[in-house]
Design a protein around this ligand. Structure first.
Ligand SMILES: Cc1cc2nc3c(=O)[nH]c(=O)nc-3n(C[C@H](O)[C@H](O)[C@H](O)COP(=O)(O)O)c2cc1C
Length: 216
């Protein structure tokens, strides 16, 4: 099981990793991987101390030289401070953590509530893009709705998200697209390769462990 605390990028909840993770570790008897807010070796050691089997990182791996995200988009993430990362429900009706851009500000200001008409329009556009049938979309929507208190408008509006993510992450349209991001974007300021990142993280974790006071 991967547990993502509220610090994490993309669709996210309101409970921080530090509060959520130990609860899930206590409730599960299979390995639990911690996500949300991790970017260095200290975080890995902290997650292990909470009883996690390891960490998963989204934002940190997005900001590597190996990541295929356009350079202009990576530059927006690198320039962001922690407070430039926000949670909005205005993009797709669900709490979604992303960089606070002009688009997000405009959506927040417009204060538009989730309307079924808008939702259906987005869903129809997504269907055309993805080539999915309405039956497949309804099936996926039902799976998404299962166990959650979501309206059909919210489910349909969520169909908009892949297109908005693609506009930024693939096409480099920082003006039009949504840039999902964890709060850690605010403390990341380099673009190592994935290999360099993992080596560095493991060395930091070892150093952190060695710096702990010895136990009897
Ligand atoms: C750009 C971006 C896109 C993401 N897209 C998805 C997704 O489609 N589905 C999903 O389950 N999680 C998605 N996530 C969440 C990540 O899988 C991961 O749980 C999260 O990034 C962990 O938090 P962190 O960003 O603090 O490392 C996304 C995260 C980012 C940053």
């Amino acid at each position: 099981v991967i547990v993502q605390g509220g610090e994490g990028g993309g669709h996210t909840g309101s409970v921080a990793t530090t509060v959520l993770l130990p609860q899930v570790v206590d409730a599960m008897d299979i390995p639990v991987v911690a996500a949300g807010g991790f970017h260095d070796g200290r975080g890995l050691v902290a997650a292990l101390a909470y009883g996690a089997a390891g960490i998963a990182m989204g934002t940190r791996f997005l900001l590597t030289s190996d990541s295929t995200v356009p350079d202009a988009v990576k530059a927006r993430y690198l320039a962001a401070a922690v407070k430039d990362v926000t949670v909005t429900t205005k993009v797709d009706g669900l709490p979604h953590r992303m960089l606070r851009t002009e688009l997000v500000d405009a959506l927040e200001r417009s204060g538009r509530a989730t309307s079924l008409l808008r939702a259906v329009r987005h869903a129809a556009a997504f269907r055309r893009e993805s080539g999915m049938s309405w039956a497949e979309m309804v099936r996926d929507g039902l799976a998404m709705k299962h166990g959650k208190d979501l309206s059909w408008s919210q489910i349909l509006l969520a169909a908009n998200t892949p297109m908005l993510l693609r506009a930024s992450m693939v096409d480099g349209r920082t003006d039009l697209g949504v840039m999902a991001s964890g709060q850690v974007a605010g403390v990341i300021d380099d673009l190592p390769s994935c290999a360099e990142l993992v080596d560095r993280l493991m060395a930091e974790a070892q150093a952190t462990l060695h710096a702990l006071p010895a136990t009897a």
